[in-house]
Design a protein around this ligand. Sequence first.
Ligand code: ATP
Length: 357
Amino acid sequence: MTQLTLQGVTKRFHTAYAVDQVDLSVPDGKLVCFLGPSGCGKTTLLRIIAGLETPSSGTVRFAGRDLTHVPANRRDFGMVFQSLALFPHMTVAENVAYPLRLRKLDKTAQKRRVAELLELIQLPHMANRPVTQLSGGQRQRVAIARAIASAPKLLLLDEPLSALDAKLREAMQVEIRLLQQRLGITTIMVTHDQREAMTMADEIVVMEKGRIAQVGRPLDIYRDPVSEFVADFIGLGNILPITFDGRNRIGLPGGQQIVVNATTRALDAAGDIRLLIRPEDICVRSATASPGPNILAGKVTFVRDVGAAIEATIDCDGFTLTAATTPRETPDLQVGMRVFAELPEHACKLIAARAVH
Ligand code: ATP
């Protein structure tokens, strides 16, 4: 069932459009990430859903009700915003109990609920500790417990992990995701980190200049981006300018030709087309293998070997490719080596070139 529906949501600040004609449906119990570069309108859209910002036009509906002009404190949504810090003069338990106190829940019920929530975030032993004495990750867990204390129907998270170091951040991504799934709470999270969105989301909403560029499941967007902007933003990719015969043969920047599975979507782009191939789809072979179709000769110009994975930059006479491989597949890959890079037909995607403004 669809819980949250946005229709034609637009927000203008003076003459600039922060959010421009956004239509979106968020299904019940899912975690949806708003993903995009700085300034693309993610936070403004989340604030509109929260009721902290009124749209210039369009409607916000939740569970069938029009909430467009309902103030934030009457929406009963849980929020963890970067700027919405915990109360520093209170203990962990007092912070979590705060929304329950506001709702005038009786003392015994408050205590029971706080204990339940502290159990859920695995901090029951820290109930009486001032929040100032917690680590960043623990503080974030308390903020989430406080946000879900009064069992909101929708949880809104704005870059909740951005202050944490990389390792803790990854651990918290998994923790929040598991908690969200356990509670089945519909959640919208803003992030500019594509890895974070890929790890956590059921659906990603990629935003570009106030508009939705693409909505879909993380792997679908990764494998089948609709445009150069989306392809570039989600994951690493080789994006090459090409010439296209309108069927399945393309000319690469160096003049070599390869064959691709052309898609209808790319053909719609009428000439302004790019080739996308992900690094892990390129097969790197030693120069002794015999060349064949879609196999390009090249020279290794850079190797990033981090133990489990190898990333190689290959100069293919006219353009460079980044290929991802493993020590098992390509032992002894070294700068200066001559190699063959195979671009499998099925992995070559044609996408619309980024619009130039
Ligand atoms: P970031 O990742 O940097 O937080 P964002 O994608 O969340 O960016 P928003 O904060 O939603 O982007 O801002 C979208 C656009 O609207 C930006 O150009 C921003 O400068 C503008 N904007 C946001 N809030 C206001 C405001 N209160 N007054 C004027 N312009 C604003």
